[in-house]
Structures are given as structure tokens and as C-alpha cells.
Design a protein around this ligand. Structure first.
Ligand code: 3HC
Length: 287
């Protein structure tokens, strides 16, 4: 093992987040095994990943040789037991307690005692996931941001049970990925969603109130605050269903009105207007 103890990384889930996480791990030089139990999801995720790597070569961000080496460090599997020899595993499956627990139960049984288990959850309790394994002291939250290859932050979430050395190792791992790790206590929403979710919900309330159009609210926040996207473009990007889900968990935890979903958000999700992924959210998308 290297100085900070991590050489081989497992990533569970090859969707938007898992695929991006696998890409940055392999890019940073880690031997990376990405696992998705669903074979077609794995194929689709790997095809997107390869497309992004090709795109990086075309934009002169990577040389052909670096791209080849990156892809050479990546293996794809549909079997969680193939991750048994990993030093650290990042779970990035569907955002439900049941799905994540099922993965961790299997990983806990398959992996060596020293393997560090991490979850990319944005809203579930790290403590609750940690205590469902036999190694809560080696269980850390590792929350990446979308799009993973482009966003510099990773939140490193520790619990009352975390081993301090493990927290440091995971933060050092985040740095080796080229990210800027921020240490956070296990509280729903961590830092970013704690601040971002009330902001996004307030934008919807302002729209419902007729304060200004979605386009103008977006333009105001982009040109007034220098944000890369306004709140409605970001809501469509993150997904309205995802935002509603996270807001619900935050409301359950804190019982404060700033986390209560506005009626319009609920109605849009019910209507299937989920944002970019469904072709329509606050804006319409052609492809
Ligand atoms: N996948 C991978 N990389 C992507 C990407 C994607 N989907 N979209 C853009 N990028 C990369 C590009 O490849 C490019 O990389 P390069 O500099 O190495 O060439 C870089 O991002 C900039 O891309 P573009 O020039 O094409 O586009 P923009 O300058 O318009 O930037 C953006 C796009 C990075 C998405 C920018 O608009 C942005 O930062 N938006 C805000 C995103 C944000 O706030 N994300 C956090 C969401 S909250 C979250 O994830 C938490 C969760 O719990 C809800």
C-alpha cells in the first residue's frame, strides 16, 4: 500500500455519480474496479465514461497515452465480491437506505478487515449506514458533486464512531483525486445541501409568488452573484425528484420550514417534469 494506504479502489454503481467517481479515481492513478449489479447500466455507464475520456482527449485535457492508461486501470464487474481486495470502496447506488444497506452488508462480508467503506449519499445518515456494518470506525461519508470530474469539492463526513486515522486517510484520498476535501460532521445535508437546498426551494417559492420569471431569477443569480448556473437551471440539472427527496429527508431531520417542499415542486415531480433527465423541468430540453 502507498503512504496513505490506498491503491485499489472499488466503486459500486455506474450511474451518473458512480461513473464519474470511477473516472476520477482511474485518472488519479488508482487501480479502479467499478461494479454495477445491472449489466446494462454497467455497459451504459462505461460507454459514457469512455465518451468523456475521449472528449477530454479532443479538448487536449488528456493525451492519448494518458487516456489509454486511465482506461487500463479500470475494470468493470457485476459482482460485488470482485471488490474484496480493494483498500477503499465508494458506494454510489440508488439513494435509498435499503439499496445502500444491501450493498454494505455484502461488502462488509466480502472485503478484508482493513478495507475502508464509504458512501456517496447526499442525504442519508452516515451513522445509520455505518452501524449496519461490523466496521463503523472504518465507515466514512464521501460526498461528490455533479458533474464529478468537473467539481472540485468532496465532503468527508465523519461520525461519532469514526477512527481519526481513517478520516485523515479518506481526506488524503480526496486530495489525491485532485479534489478539495472538507471535513463535516454527520448531519443531514452536510454543508452544501444544508445551504443549497433552502436556496433552491426559496427560488421556487419566489417563482410561485410571481416575483420574476425563472429565466430572470436565473440571470439575476448568475450575473449578480457569479454563480455558474441560476437556481432553476441547477434544479433541472440536479433533478427535481432528487431535490424533493433530499428536502424531504432534511425536513424530517430538522423540522424547519426552509426545508419544506413548495407545492409547485411536488406538482412538477408528480407531473413527471423532473428536469434534464425527463426533457422538461423549469426549462425544456431537446435531447
Ligand atoms: N460530466 C463530466 N464533466 C463535465 C460535464 C459532465 N456532465 N459537464 C461539464 N463537464 C466539464 C467539462 O468537460 C469541462 O471540463 P474541462 O474544463 O476539463 O474541459 C468543464 O466541466 C466545463 O464544462 P463546459 O465548459 O462545457 O461548461 P460550463 O463552463 O458551462 O460548465 C458546469 C458546466 C461545470 C456544469 C457548470 O455550469 C457548473 O459548475 N454548474 C454548477 C454545478 C453544480 O452546482 N453542481 C453541484 C450540484 S449539487 C450536488 O451535486 C449535490 C447533490 O447532493 C445534489
Amino acid at each position: 500500500m502507498s503512504a496513505d494506504g490506498i491503491e485499489t479502489v472499488g466503486v459500486v454503481g455506474c450511474g451518473l455519480m458512480g461513473g464519474g467517481i470511477a473516472q476520477v479515481c482511474a485518472r488519479a492513478g488508482f487501480t479502479t474496479m467499478v461494479c454495477d449489479l445491472d449489466e446494462s447500466a454497467l455497459e451504459k455507464g462505461m460507454a459514457s465514461l469512455k465518451g468523456r475520456v475521449r472528449g477530454a482527449v479532443e479538448r487536449d485535457r488528456l493525451t492519448e497515452l494518458e487516456a489509454e492508461a486511465l482506461l487500463g486501470r479500470l475494470t468493470a464487474t457485476t459482482s460485488l465480491s470482485d471488490l474484496a481486495g480493494c483498500d477503499l470502496v465508494v458506494e454510489a447506488v440508488t439513494e435509498t437506505l435499503e439499496a445502500k444497506r444491501a450493498v454494505f452488508t455484502q461488502l462488509d462480508a466480502a472485503c478484508g478487515r482493513d478495507t475502508i467503506l464509504t458512501s456517496n449519499t447526499s442525504s442519508l445518515s452516515i451513522t445509520e449506514l455505518a452501524v449496519s456494518t461490523s466496521r463503523p470506525e472504518r465507515f466514512i461519508g464521501l460526498h461528490f458533486f455533479n458533474p464529478v470530474p468537473a467539481m472540485a469539492l468532496v465532503e468527508v463526513v465523519h461520525t461519532l464512531l469514526s477512527d481519526e486515522t481513517v478520516v485523515k486517510t479518506v481526506a488524503a484520498f480526496g486530495e489525491r483525486l485532485g479534489k478539495s476535501p472538507v471535513l463535516v460532521r454527520d448531519r443531514t445535508g452536510f454543508v452544501v445541501n444544508r445551504l443549497l437546498v433552502p436556496y433552491l426551494l426559496e427560488a421556487i417559492r419566489a417563482l410561485e409568488e410571481g416575483l420574476a420569471s425563472a429565466e430572470d431569477i436565473d440571470r439575476a443569480m448568475q450575473s449578480g452573484c457569479g454563480y455558474p448556473m441560476g437556481p432553476f437551471a441547477l434544479l433541472d440539472y440536479v433533478g427535481l425528484d432528487t431535490t424533493l427527496y433530499i428536502a424531504g429527508i432534511m425536513y424530517d431531520e430538522f423540522r424547519q420550514p426552509q426545508y419544506a417542499a413548495p407545492p409547485l415542486l411536488r406538482r412538477m415531480v408528480l407531473a413527471g417534469h423532473l428536469g434534464r433527465k425527463s426533457g422538461r423541468g423549469f426549462y425544456r430540453y431537446e435531447d
